[in-house]
Design a binder for this molecule. Structure first.
Ligand SMILES: *Cc1c(COP(=O)(O)O)cnc(C)c1O
Length: 393
């Protein structure tokens, strides 16, 4: 049966690409060596520093988030050197697997799958590392697989408390442009992100922001590398900034997306994400009033403003619920991934999103739960509407 109307993409990435961004991409090719494109691309990389909240340099790669992950190890960590990667879920695990594949030694922590990283766990590992073998602590800010925001400031404090010189590296792939992360003020040495989440673009570009200390390490350290080497990505021509042909249409998309973020204002963007997330949480709390549906994140304050992960009673099948939503109600949600496969439904509420879009998505989920007799209390959409009314800016 053909379906009409717009499909709702409520994934924790890729996110909705605004019509403005789509239109900005829909143009004939231009000469990337021309003055106009060069100035536009340079302006994008410079302006991205405002989004990263850093005075450091921003480098761009034609890659997805996994590419940005590899930038970290290749530039900072030689094979045989050690990183500490707190265990937060599917994304910290995949990142750690990449490190190991590149010959990096990985230390980890106990699992923080239903609450934020305990900074004491970081402190313990660093304090035991007397000869400073650990070169970096690499953490995920918003762990998309669990819907948890991990506290970057708390991890920074734990590092400082031990006087350990390890760099602090943060995966903000799901959080940049959604949740406040003041890189320089927080003492973060390197932040990585990708284009298809808070930046509201298609997948295909990765960005890294590099502070002074990380730059100094890369100047003489890191692994043998070429494509991922940020030291090559300088010079007068855009061809060098991308180590080859620039992804021209993606840069037009980035320009438009940055303009949209700055027009709204970053504090307002963060506040909007918080409001929409809070409304989502109210809906989930209502659905779960009979104790069946719950939050993967048990610590209320750490539930992320980017994605909410719902747990279900045994016997309920979140993947079947998701399929019903996607195939018959035109709304796509994320499922459980990695250690959470088959157990979660994840509602993405990030990027180009407003109140009626969110209510529509939550409404679709409530219809699906009724239709498939998933045990829940009705009225989640009503609770979300009340929350949005109470917090209307
Ligand atoms: C989406 C995501 C990634 C992976 O990004 P890809 O573009 O799919 O490679 C990594 N980390 C986090 C936290 C993410 O949300």
């Amino acid at each position: 049966m053909p379906r009409r109307g717009r499909d709702f993409i409520q994934l924790p990435g890729p996110t909705n690409v605004p019509d403005r961004v789509l239109r900005a991409m829909h143009r004939p090719m231009v000469d990337f060596a021309g003055a106009d494109f060069t100035a536009m691309a340079r302006g994008c990389l410079d302006d991205l520093r405002r989004v990263f909240q850093t005075e450091g340099a921003v480098y761009a790669y034609s890659a997805n988030g996994h590419g940005a992950w590899e930038v970290v190890f290749d530039n900072l960590i030689a094979p045989g050197e050690t990183v500490l990667m707190p265990e937060t879920g599917r994304f910290s695990q995949s990142w750690a697997e990449m490190a190991e594949a590149l010959g990096v030694r990985v230390l980890t922590t106990q699992a923080f799958h239903d609450g934020p990283i305990d900074p004491a766990a970081i402190e313990t590992v660093l304090a035991a590392d007397r000869d400073h073998a650990i070169k970096a602590v690499a953490m995920v800010h918003v762990e998309t697989s669990t819907g948890i925001t991990h506290d970057v400031a708390a991890v920074r404090k734990a590092i400082d408390a031990t006087g350990h010189p390890a760099l602090l590296v943060v995966d903000a792939i799901a959080s940049l442009g959604c949740v406040d992360l003041a890189m320089d003020r927080l003492g973060v040495d390197l932040v990585v992100t990708a284009s298809q989440k808070g930046l509201m673009m298609p997948a295909g570009m990765a960005f890294v922001a590099v502070g002074e200390r990380a730059r100094a390490v890369a100047a003489s350290g890191g692994a043998p590398r070429r494509y991922w080497d940020w030291r090559l990505r300088t010079g007068e021509e855009s061809y060098y900034w991308f180590y080859g042909t620039p992804p021209v249409q993606m840069m037009f998309a980035l320009r438009e997306a940055l303009d949209m973020l700055f027009e709204e204002g970053l504090p307002q963007v963060f506040a909007r994400h918080h409001r929409l997330a809070e409304a989502t949480r109210r809906a989930v709390a209502r659905w779960g009033e009979n104790g069946e549906i719950g939050f993967q994140c048990r610590t209320a304050a750490a539930r992320s403003d980017v994605v909410t992960a719902l747990t279900f009673p045994s016997g309920a099948d979140p993947d079947a619920l998701r399929a019903l939503c996607r195939d018959r109600l035109s709304v796509a949600f994320g499922g459980g991934i990695g250690p959470f496969a088959g157990r979660l439904l994840r509602i993405g509420h990030l990027g180009d999103l407003n109140e009626p879009m969110l209510l529509g998505a939550l409404g679709g989920l409530e219809v699906a739960m009724r239709a498939s007799a998933v045990p829940h209390v009705g009225g989640g959409v009503d609770a979300a509407a009340q929350s949005l009314a109470d917090t209307l800016p």
